[in-house]
Design a binder for this molecule. Structure first.
Ligand SMILES: Cc1ncc(COP(=O)(O)O)c(C=O)c1O
Length: 428
C-alpha cells in the first residue's frame, strides 16, 4: 500500500515535494524512507479517536515495530506513551529523554537487571507470570520501592491472523489464561500480600495485523468482565485496563484495511456502555498500536541489479538488500507491493520475483511482482515497510544495516548506514 502523500511527477515518485530518486542518490540504497507527516498523522489519529470524557485514554506506541530517537521525539510531541520489551528498548528511550514513567515494560522472560532498571525509572511493568511477580516483589521489598504493574492475561480470542503472530490462545507463551482459576488465584494472593507492587489492571494483546473490528470488541468485553470479576472476588481495586495492539494495515491492494478511527471509537463506546452496565468503568485505558503507526509511512528504496531469466522460466530482479532489511516475507510469508520509482507511469509488463542478495533461496521480498521493464540502476521502491523491518534487520552474510531517513520538509538522516568497521566493533 502506497504512502499517503505519494505523488508522481515526470514518471518519478515523490513523497509530497521530495523526489525519491534524488533521496536514493543522496543517501544511497538500501534505504528506509519515512514520511514524517504520515507518521504524525497516524499518531494524531489514535490520540484524537481513542479519547473519552469518561476516562483517561493512553495510546502506547509499541516500539518493537520501529524505534529510533527521532521517533521518540515525535511520540513525546504528540503525547503517546511507549511499550518497551528489553533493556535495549529502555536504554534507547532513556537516552532519547523519553519520560520513563510513560513506558509500559513487557516481556515473558525479563531479567533481574531489566526489572531493576524499569523499577528505578518508574516504568509500568507488565508482569507475565507468577515467578516474575515474586521476583519483582523481592526486588521492590529490598529497595523499599513502590511500583505499578499490569498483569498480562490471555482472553482466549482467535484473531484470525497468521499463526506465528497469534498471542492470546490457550497455549501462548505470553501471560496466563483468564480461565486458569488456580494460577490467577495464586497471582492475586501474591498481589494481596505485596506491600510495594501494585496491580493497576490487566493487559491483553490478542494478535497482530487484525483486519476486523469484532476481535477488538470481544477483547474489550472479555477483559472488562474478567477485571470486574477479579475486583469482586478479591476485593482489589483496579484502575486500569490495557487492550494491547494489533490494528492491521494494508500491505497489498487486496488487503481490506481496518478502519482505525471506527475501531478506536467503537472500543471507547463499548468500554463506556459495558463498564456502566457491569459497574466498573476504568480510570485509565491503554492501547498499544505499533504497526499501524509506522507501517504504511515508510518505503524501502533499493537499487536494481541484474535481471535473471532462468532455464526453468522464472524471472528474478535482483536488489541490493533483501531479507536482512526485511525478514517478514521469509518469516511470516508477508506480502508487499512495489514500483520502480523512476518508472512510475511506464507500462508494467514484466513478472518476476524481487530477490535479495543473501545466500538463501528464500530471500525473496516479493513473489510474482509485476513491474515495468527493469534496468540495472533503477530504484525499486517497496511499500509499507515501516513496521518490523528496521527493528528486525540483521547482519546475515555481514550485510550492513541500511540508513533511515525521515522526510519532513526536506529529508534528514535519523539513523546512519552501518559501515564495515561496525562489523568488527565487537571483536576488538
Ligand atoms: C504486547 C504487545 N503490544 C503491542 C504490540 C503491537 O502490535 P502491532 O504492531 O500489531 O500493533 C505487540 C506486538 O507484538 C505486543 O506483543
Amino acid at each position: 500500500m502506497k504512502p499517503k502523500y505519494l505523488n508522481i511527477k515526470n514518471n518519478t515518485a515523490y513523497i509530497r515535494d521530495v523526489n525519491l530518486v534524488d533521496v536514493a542518490k543522496e543517501f544511497k540504497t538500501p534505504l528506509y524512507v519515512f514520511d514524517q507527516v504520515e507518521l504524525e498523522d497516524n499518531m494524531k489519529l489514535f490520540i484524537n479517536n481513542f479519547s473519552s470524557n469518561n476516562f483517561n485514554c493512553h495510546t502506547v506506541y509499541a516500539s518493537k515495530a520501529f524505534l529510533v530517537p527521532a521517533l521518540c521525539e515525535l511520540l513525546v510531541k504528540h503525547g503517546l506513551w511507549m511499550d518497551a520489551v528489553s533493556l535495549g528498548d529502555l536504554y534507547v528511550a532513556y537516552k532519547s529523554n523519553f519520560p520513563m514513567e510513560h513506558i509500559i515494560f513487557h516481556g515473558n522472560n525479563k531479567s533481574k537487571e531489566e526489572l531493576e532498571f524499569a523499577i528505578e525509572h518508574n516504568c509500568v511493568i507488565v508482569v507475565d507470570h507468577l515467578e516474575e511477580l515474586k521476583l519483582l516483589n523481592m526486588i521492590c521489598e529490598s529497595k523499599q520501592k513502590y511500583i505499578n504493574t499490569m498483569f498480562r492475561v490471555n482472553p482466549g480470542i482467535d484473531a484470525h491472523t497468521h499463526k506465528f503472530i497469534q498471542t492470546a490462545t490457550f497455549v501462548s507463551k505470553f501471560g496466563e489464561s483468564i480461565f486458569d482459576d488456580v494460577t490467577i488465584e495464586n497471582i492475586m494472593k501474591e498481589y494481596l500480600n505485596s506491600t510495594y507492587v501494585k496491580l493497576l489492571g490487566f493487559h491483553s494483546h490478542i494478535g497482530s495485523q487484525i483486519q476486523e473490528l469484532e476481535p477488538f470488541l470481544l477483547n474489550v468485553s472479555k477483559m472488562l468482565s474478567f477485571s470486574k470479576s477479579i475486583m469482586d472476588k478479591y476485593n482489589y481495586k483496579l484502575t486500569s485496563i490495557n487492550f494491547g495492539g494489533g490494528f492491521g494495515i494494508p500491505y497489498i491492494s487486496n488487503d481490506k484495511p481496518l478502519n482505525k478511527e471506527l475501531t478506536a471509537a467503537k472500543m471507547i463506546e463499548l468500554i463506556t456502555s459495558l463498564g456502566n452496565e457491569i459497574g466498573w468503568v476504568p480510570e485509565d485505558v491503554f492501547i498499544e498500536p505499533g504497526r499501524s503507526i509506522v507501517g504504511n509511512a515508510c518505503v524501502t528504496l533499493y537499487t536494481c541489479g541484474d535481471f535473471k531469466h532462468t532455464y526453468g522460466d522464472k524471472n528474478y530482479q535482483f536488489i541490493d538488500g533483501g531479507m536482512t532489511d526485511n525478514i517478514r516475507p521469509a518469516l511470516y510469508s508477508a506480502e508487499y507491493a512495489c514500483d520502480i520509482a523512476n518508472k512510475m507511469t511506464d507500462e508494467k509488463c514484466v513478472v518476476c520475483d524481487i530477490a535479495g542478495k543473501c545466500c538463501e533461496s528464500g530471500d525473496i521480498i516479493i513473489y510474482n511482482a509485476l513491474i515495468p521493464n527493469p534496468n540495472p540502476g533503477d530504484i525499486l521502491m517497496v511499500y509499507a515497510t515501516g513496521a518490523y523491518n528496521y527493528s528486525m534487520a540483521s547482519n546475515y552474510n555481514n550485510i550492513l544495516k541500511p540508513a533511515v531517513v525521515f522526510i519532513d520538509k526536506t529529508p534528514k538522516k535519523v539513523a546512519k548506514r552501518e559501515i564495515l568497521d561496525d562489523l568488527l566493533r565487537l571483536f576488538k
